[in-house]
Design a protein around this ligand. Structure first.
Ligand SMILES: Cc1ncc(COP(=O)(O)O)c(C=O)c1O
Length: 387
């Protein structure tokens, strides 16, 4: 079946690939879940049923995965960062599984490295937190438009912060150059490009923990998911979601819907073009999704296995932040994009066709990945970068 290239009236953009559900790939590695379980403070994040949304979305049941508190940080990002950094240290010192924090800390003390990354907030804060836990220095590069609150949160973790007078993509380049120039440094970036794939691949593996938790939580209430809505920046999280469901031998194959800001829809644009494409980025409240280039590792997986992609406006996600808050779920603009995107895809003009392309019936189960907690910047001041 050919991907649909229709742009529905009232939607900034829509892509569907009904063949995505039958695409298969190698099973995702499961090692991160046990590692996370050994870290202090591990607890599965809540999967909350929101009955009030089921009727509106035309679904049987709607659940939200609430990542507002993950190891004491307000976003899911630390799942990937912690696993990737653990493997960096393990590789350097020849540590074997089972990895745990005391062993990693001892190895890091014997062989210290500076952890470098680029960020607008959540990712860099997670790198800084892991560095502090391991007694390692962290150097975090941020774009000029980062909010003072996000910078302060990174500095609170003890990291050195360098502000780059440019956008996120240029900030990544500068962080990569700084790491390349320092033999005692390692770049821990959550996006891949030619020649830089090992660490972003491990970050994606770390996200698997969230998906394994969802499996357990849905099994406990006796349902399988039919549709997952995923906020998309460079696409690494969506890559993990697609791999999780397309790589397992048991269970159904839910549809996966990627949601991006309409001003930074690099994955949607790439899918519509049929080739990885960069887009210029501007301002959006969805700071964590404000990226111009898909991850080189994510792109082929999303091209083959993502079922749908949609772009949403800031106003739609701001409304979703408020609606989820009313329902008792703390979320920020990037996290609430999942609800905004599900609404845009499943309701309104053209919804019949989009629902058919996603294979969602009125009795289906929808899971929204709310990937962050409410942010200080949340609903009013547009940011320009991503986390
Ligand atoms: C809160 C939040 N949600 C979703 C994403 C998207 O993740 P990815 O860039 O892997 O697509 C990010 C990325 O930073 C984020 O901060």
């Amino acid at each position: 079946m050919n991907p649909s290239r229709a742009t529905a009236v009232g939607n900034p953009g829509w892509y569907a690939n009904p063949a995505g559900r039958s695409w298969q790939c190698a099973a995702a590695a499961q090692d991160a879940l046990a590692f996370h379980g050994r870290l202090p403070g591990y607890a599965p994040t809540p999967l909350i049923e929101l009955r009030a949304l089921a009727e509106e979305l035309g679904a049987g049941r709607v659940f939200v995965k609430d990542e507002s508190q993950r190891f004491g940080l307000p976003a899911f990002k630390v799942l990937g960062v912690s696993w990737a950094i653990a493997l960096v240290i393990a590789d350097r010192r020849g540590l074997r599984s089972p990895l745990d924090l005391p062993a990693l800390r001892a190895a890091a003390t014997d062989d210290p490295v500076t952890l470098i990354t680029a960020t607008d907030g959540n990712h860099g804060r997670a790198v800084a937190r892991m560095a502090a836990l391991l007694g390692l220095p962290a150097h975090i590069f941020v774009p000029q438009a980062i909010t003072p609150a996000a910078t302060a949160a990174i500095e609170t973790e003890g990291a050195t912060v360098t502000t780059v007078a440019d956008c996120y993509d240029v900030t990544v380049e500068q962080a990569a150059a700084a790491a390349a120039a320092d033999p005692g440094a390692v770049l821990v970036q959550d996006t891949a490009w030619a020649g830089y794939a090992l660490i972003p691949g491990r970050i994606v593996e770390g996200y698997e923990t969230m998906l394994a938790e969802i499996d357990t939580q849905l099994a406990a209430v006796g349902v399988e998911p039919d549709l997952l809505a995923v906020p998309v920046g460079v696409g690494s999280l969506a890559q993990a979601v697609v791999r999780h469901y397309r790589g397992r031998s048991a269970g159904g194959a839910p549809a996966v819907l990627g949601v991006e800001p309409d001003s930074a829809a690099c994955v949607l644009t790439s899918l519509l073009a049929g080739a990885a494409t960069s887009v210029p980025t501007g301002s959006t409240v969805m700071a964590g999704l404000n990226t111009g280039t898909p991850s080189a590792l994510a792109w082929p997986v999303l091209h083959s296995g993502l079922d749908g992609a949609i772009a949403v406006a800031d106003a739609a996600t701001v409304r979703a932040v408020d609606d989820l808050a009313t329902l008792g779920v703390s979320t920020g603009p990037s996290g609430a994009a999942a609800l905004a995107g599900a609404r845009a895809a499943l309701t309104g003009p053209g919804a019949g066709q989009r629902r058919a392309e996603l294979g969602l019936s009125a009795t289906g189960t929808v899971v929204l990945l709310s990937t962050e907690g409410r942010t200080a910047a949340a609903t009013t001041a547009p940011g320009r970068s991503r986390s």
